[in-house]
Write a new protein. Structure first.
Ligand code: GRF
Length: 246
């Protein structure tokens, strides 16, 4: 079989894209797919924890299933005897052929259980966090090993861990994780920052890298101007990362 025939026969890679906001990275994926730059890739669904996320409208415009999933860590209304606060958790059973009996069960909060069910229903192979502003439990992540990737607007080391990053000119800069990574870079006075796509692990913004690009900080940059330039880079990076994982 030739390389091309093999490519044609490979089933499509179905993306589950999770967003919380404007969805420009989602748009970059939609455009790349429509312009044949990501052959064999399709978007199975888009999920947002925010009903007003503009990304939901972007998805609908391109006839992609778009779902608003209200996000709560716990459910209310269930109490164990003698308990005053609700501490309900959901059990999600999953087919796991490697487990004895072919089935395993993991525990996760209700919203994650609902999200898992949606991703399975729409047969998403790869989950792309494209501006998703919620942190997942280890139980949810274990359910999708090596199948969740995130775009982060700062530079992370190859292995994801560690507190310093060495830029291409050999300068060591701090690693900026979590919220406001763009502002953190500006406040630290570094000359170079960047964006990267990495695997998601239980430690926030500390998973192994897939691809990244440096961006110079310019005189007079504000959080907004710098983030806009970073996003232009991200729109290329997210497409490159998905292509690598196809
Ligand atoms: C991006 O800058 C990404 O790095 C961060 O959230 C932002 C999402 O932007 N995680 P958009 O919603 O794709 O426009």
């Amino acid at each position: 079989m030739s390389h091309n025939e093999h490519e044609i026969q490979k089933p499509p890679l179905r993306l589950g894209v999770l967003i919380s906001g404007s969805g420009t990275n989602l748009q970059a994926l939609i455009d790349a797919i429509e312009n044949q730059q990501l052959p064999g890739v399709e978007i199975a669904l888009v999920v947002s924890n925010n009903p007003d996320a503009h990304g939901l409208q972007r998805a609908l415009k391109h006839k992609i299933p778009a779902i608003y999933l209200p996000w709560r860590k716990e459910i209310v209304g269930y109490r164990e005897p003698g308990q005053h606060t609700s501490r309900a958790r959901f059990i999600v059973a999953s087919a796991d052929l490697s487990a004895p009996g072919g089935c395993s069960a993991i525990e996760m909060p209700e919203s994650e259980a609902r999200l898992t069910a949606l991703l399975q229903l729409f047969q998403a192979d790869l989950i792309v966090l494209a501006g998703w502003m919620r942190i997942f439990s280890a139980a949810f992540l274990e359910h999708f090993p090596q199948r969740i990737i995130n775009i982060h607007p700062a530079l992370l080391p190859d292995a994801g861990i560690g507190s310093t990053y060495t830029t291409s000119n050999g300068t060591q800069i701090p690693v900026f994780r979590g919220l406001h990574a763009v502002k953190q870079a500006l406040d630290a006075g570094v000359k170079v920052t960047g964006s990267c796509v990495h695997y998601v692990t239980p430690e926030v913004d500390a998973g192994p890298g897939i691809c990244r690009e440096e961006v110079a900080i310019e005189e007079g940059d504000t959080e907004e101007t710098l983030h806009e330039r970073l996003k232009l880079v991200e729109h290329r990076l997210i497409v490159e990362a998905v292509r690598k994982l196809r």
